[in-house]
Design a protein around this ligand. Structure first.
Ligand SMILES: NC(=O)c1ccc[n+]([C@@H]2O[C@H](COP(=O)([O-])OP(=O)(O)OC[C@H]3O[C@@H](n4cnc5c(N)ncnc54)[C@H](O)[C@@H]3O)[C@@H](O)[C@H]2O)c1
Ligand SMILES: O=C(O)C[C@H](O)C(=O)O
Length: 347
């Protein structure tokens, strides 16, 4: 999201916000299409700040906030912010169809979070069913939408979504994304701190999946370059892999990452919207259907985003021996999580 653009929108009066043609002029000759974004689980720990951040995004014209409870309040609150999008709250299954209809992007942070001592896979029993029913509705009401899956365990919920869409005859592998942006956000932050480089200049690809050792940051490709010792790289890798657990333990039973996840989710949704709008060279890491990288059907890697979703899954690039070893080790665990999701969706 361009800060200058946001300032321009904010400086317009609220009456202009209800007249989209005036907002179009604010972008000069650029045509900014209407885009509907739906957030499922919008009253939750991630959902609320994510709703706020999507309300601040000038690429969004309609924001649908859905949950099983609490969304009228969240929608009324966020809806008073004088930015472009119209906000509506939807509550309960009978309003899910309305929330989804016409959506370009659906973001799913619905489901239970971890408590200390739990793995992400421990969430499977509850979250798999939630994701299955939400994806069944997506297939019915907005089969062409880009889906950003946040609900854990992402390594299994993305395959569940794919199977549900396949059964409904709506699966488009270019439009289903597991959101792994928080791993990239953490890797950037931790690397900048250790390498003592400005964090806003840092880039680090993170590949594999989104749980423990399946999270593989490629610090050998980090920019700006820094000559960190092997021990430092190992510690940074471990901290990135355990980033979620670090937050779960610090919150001591009150859930997992919500604010940093909302930031990461908003960043990834913004990249998807830019891709849909034809902005060139939008590249983010994401857990997607993948055939060129490993034998696994899904894998997180750098992905080029375009008007149809995934435009290209990019190769991993040169890796250190330590990273190659990490890649080998993660494959059996990631494979099992993917298979678990596929099996669940088909039973
Ligand atoms: N991908 C990632 O990097 C990442 C990061 C952080 C958290 N997460 C995951 O995101 C999920 C949500 O975390 P949270 O902290 O926001 O949890 P939360 O409990 O605070 O919020 C979850 C929300 O989902 C709603 N919900 C439950 N069932 C629903 C359904 N059938 N339809 C719609 N909404 C439903 C709940 O009412 C609640 O408001 C968890 O599974 C968590 O593990 C993923
Ligand atoms: O760790 C969790 O359970 C939530 C999330 O996957 C995270 O990485 O913070």
């Amino acid at each position: 999201m361009r800060a200058s653009m946001l300032r321009l929108i904010r400086s317009r009066s609220s009456s202009a916000a209800s007249r989209p043609h005036l907002l179009r002029r604010a972008y000069g000759s650029e045509s900014v299409p209407e885009r509907k974004v739906a957030v499922l689980g919008a009253a939750g720990g991630i959902g609320q700040p994510l709703a706020l951040l999507m309300k601040l995004n000038p690429l969004v014209s309609q924001l649908a906030l859905y949950d099983i409870a609490g969304t009228p309040g969240v929608a009324a609150d966020v809806g008073h912010i004088n930015t472009r999008s119209e906000v509506a709250g939807y509550v309960g299954e009978e309003q899910l169809g309305q929330a989804l209809e016409g959506s370009d992007v659906v973001i799913i942070p619905a489901g239970v979070p971890r408590k200390p001592g739990m793995t992400r896979d421990d969430l499977f029993n509850i979250n798999a069913g939630i994701v299955k029913s939400l994806c069944t509705a997506i297939a019915k009401y907005c089969p062409n939408a880009v889906v950003n899956m946040i609900s854990n365990p992402v390594n299994s919920t993305v395959p569940i979504a794919a199977e549900v869409f396949k059964k409904a005859g709506t699966y488009n592998e270019k439009k289903l994304f597991g959101v792994t942006t928080l791993d990239v956000v953490r890797a950037k932050t931790f690397y900048a701190g250790k390498a003592k480089v400005p964090v806003e200049e840092v880039n680090v690809p993170v590949v594999g999946g989104h749980a423990g050792i399946t999270i593989l940051p490629l610090f050998s490709q980090a920019v700006p370059k820094a000559n960190l010792a092997d021990e430092d790289i190992k510690a940074l890798t471990k901290r990135t892999q355990d980033g979620g657990t670090e937050v779960v333990e610090a919150k001591a039973g009150k859930g997992s990452a919500t604010l940093s996840m909302a930031y990461a989710g908003a960043l990834f949704a913004d990249a998807c919207l830019k891709g849909l709008n034809g902005v060139p060279d939008v590249v983010e890491c994401s857990f997607v259907q993948s055939s060129i990288i490993t034998e696994l059907p899904f894998f997180a890697s750098k992905v080029k985003l375009g008007k149809n979703g995934v435009e290209e899954v990019l190769e991993l690039g040169p890796m250190s021996d330590y990273e190659k070893q990490g890649l080998e080790i993660l494959i059996p665990e990631l494979k099992a999580s993917i298979e678990k999701g596929i099996k669940f969706a088909n039973q």
